[in-house]
Design a protein around this ligand. Structure first.
Ligand SMILES: Nc1nc2c(c(=O)[nH]1)N[C@H]1C(S)=C(S)[C@@H](COP(=O)(O)O)O[C@H]1N2
Ligand SMILES: [Mo]
Length: 325
C-alpha cells in the first residue's frame, strides 16, 4: 500500500503500489542486513571507525505481560525477530515509509485510553481500557500475519479472543457486523494533516467472523506491552485476513446492522475487498498474491489459503470468493 508520491492528495488507487517493488528493494535489503553481501560492498578499510554504541535490549522499557497460556498457531514456523516486526510497519497515521512508525509513533499517548462500544448491543458504554481488559486473562497466540503487499511475519501476540470482549456488551440480533475505529488526533499524529487516507482509519468484520475463536484483540507481543508502532494500546489481529484489517489504536467498537465502511475498501473497492481474506487464487489487480516474502528470508514462499487457517473456511461456505474478495 505504499504511495508513490509523498503528497498524494487526492490519492488515486493507481498510486498505491506494493512495498516489495524495485524502488524499495535497497531499503528492504538494508533492513535484512544484506546490502553488504548483495551489493558486494567490502567492509575493509573501516578499521579506524569506532564501534557502534551498544543498542538497548530490544523492547526495553515495555512492561512485561503475564500470559496464562500460549498457543502455537503458525505451524511451528520460526518467529520473526522483534527488531524486524517493530521496524517494518504499516501505520499511515505516522507516515507511509516502513520505518516511519518506529520513528514517529513513540509519542502517542496510550494511557489514559478509553474505548467506546456502541450500536446494536444491550450494554453499550465508554470504558477505560484497563476496565475493558480487567475481567480477562491474557493469552499468547503465535500467528502468521500477511500483508496484502505480499510480505509476512510470524508474531507471538498477547491479548484476548475478540469474541470474549464483544459478548460482554451483549450484541442484539440486529448486530450483523462489527466496526472498529482508530484514534484520530492530528495533534499527536501530525502527518495525518497531509491527507493520504480518509481519517480516522476504520475497519469492519461480519459478526460471525468477529466471533470466530481465531479473531483476536492484541495488547502486547513478545511477552510485553505492544510498541506504539504495532498498534498500542489495543489492536485487532485477524490472522486469516490481509494485514490492513488488523486495525491499530482502537478507540471505538460498534455493532452494526449494515456492512460498515472500511478505509482501504472505501479508497479502492476494486483492489481491497471488504472480506480481504488471504487467498492465493485471487490476485490483487496489480500484483500476484500467490507467494509472499517472509521478512528475514531471501526467497519467496507460497501463500496459503486463508493464510494457513483452513478452520475459518466454513464462515464462507457457499460464497464466491472471487466476488467477495
Ligand atoms: N490505524 C491503522 N491501522 C493499521 C494500518 C494503518 O495504516 N493504520 N495499517 C494496516 C496494515 S496495511 C498492516 S499490514 C498492519 C501492520 O501491522 P504491524 O505494523 O504490526 O505489522 O496494520 C494495519 N493496521
Ligand atoms: Mo498491509
Amino acid at each position: 500500500m505504499l504511495i508513490k508520491s509523498s503528497h498524494p492528495f487526492p490519492i488515486k488507487p493507481s498510486e498505491i503500489t506494493p512495498e516489495s517493488t524495485y524502488l524499495d528493494r535497497r531499503k528492504f535489503l538494508e533492513r535484512l542486513g544484506l546490502t553488504a553481501i548483495g551489493l558486494g560492498v567490502a567492509a575493509c578499510g573501516d578499521a579506524a571507525e569506532p564501534p557502534p554504541p551498544a543498542k538497548p535490549e530490544a523492547g526495553a522499557g515495555l512492561a512485561p505481560l503475564k500470559v496464562t497460556k500460549s498457543s502455537s498457531l503458525a505451524g511451528g514456523e520460526t518467529q520473526t525477530p522483534f527488531e524486524t516486526v517493530t521496524h517494518y510497519n504499516n501505520y499511515y497515521e505516522f507516515g507511509t515509509d516502513k520505518s516511519d512508525p518506529a520513528d514517529n509513533a513513540g509519542s502517542l499517548k496510550t494511557r489514559p485510553w478509553s474505548v467506546a462500544v456502541e450500536g446494536e448491543c444491550e450494554a453499550p458504554g465508554v470504558l477505560a481500557l484497563d476496565d475493558l481488559l480487567k475481567p480477562f486473562a491474557l493469552e499468547e497466540r503465535i500467528y502468521r500475519h500477511r500483508c496484502v503487499e505480499a510480505w509476512s511475519i510470524v508474531v507471538p501476540w498477547v491479548g484476548i479472543p475478540l469474541a470474549d470482549v464483544l459478548k460482554r456488551f451483549k450484541p442484539t440480533s440486529k448486530a450483523k457486523f462489527v466496526s472498529f475505529v482508530t484514534l484520530y488526533d492530528p495533534a499527536q499524529m501530525p502527518l495525518t494533516r497531509r491527507g493520504v487516507l480518509d481519517w480516522p482509519y476504520k475497519e469492519g468484520l461480519r459478526i460471525d467472523e468477529a466471533m470466530h475463536p481465531l479473531a483476536f484483540l492484541s495488547v502486547g507481543m513478545y511477552g510485553k506491552v505492544l510498541p506504539n508502532q504495532n498498534g498500542a494500546p489495543l489492536r485487532l489481529t485477524m490472522p486469516w485476513k490481509y494485514g490492513f484489517k488488523s486495525i491499530k489504536a482502537i478507540v471505538k467498537i460498534r455493532f452494526d446492522e449494515q456492512q460498515p465502511a472500511a478505509t482501504w475498501n472505501h479508497m479502492a473497492a476494486d483492489e481491497y475487498g471488504f472480506y480481504s481474506n488471504v487467498n492465493p487464487e485471487v490476485d490483487h489487480p496489480r500484483w500476484s498474491q500467490k507467494s509472499e516474502r517472509r521478512l528475514g528470508e531471501l526467497f519467496k514462499r507460497p501463500t496459503l489459503m486463508f493464510n494457513g487457517y483452513p478452520e475459518v473456511a466454513s464462515l464462507y461456505a457457499g460464497m464466491d470468493l472471487r466476488k467477495n474478495f
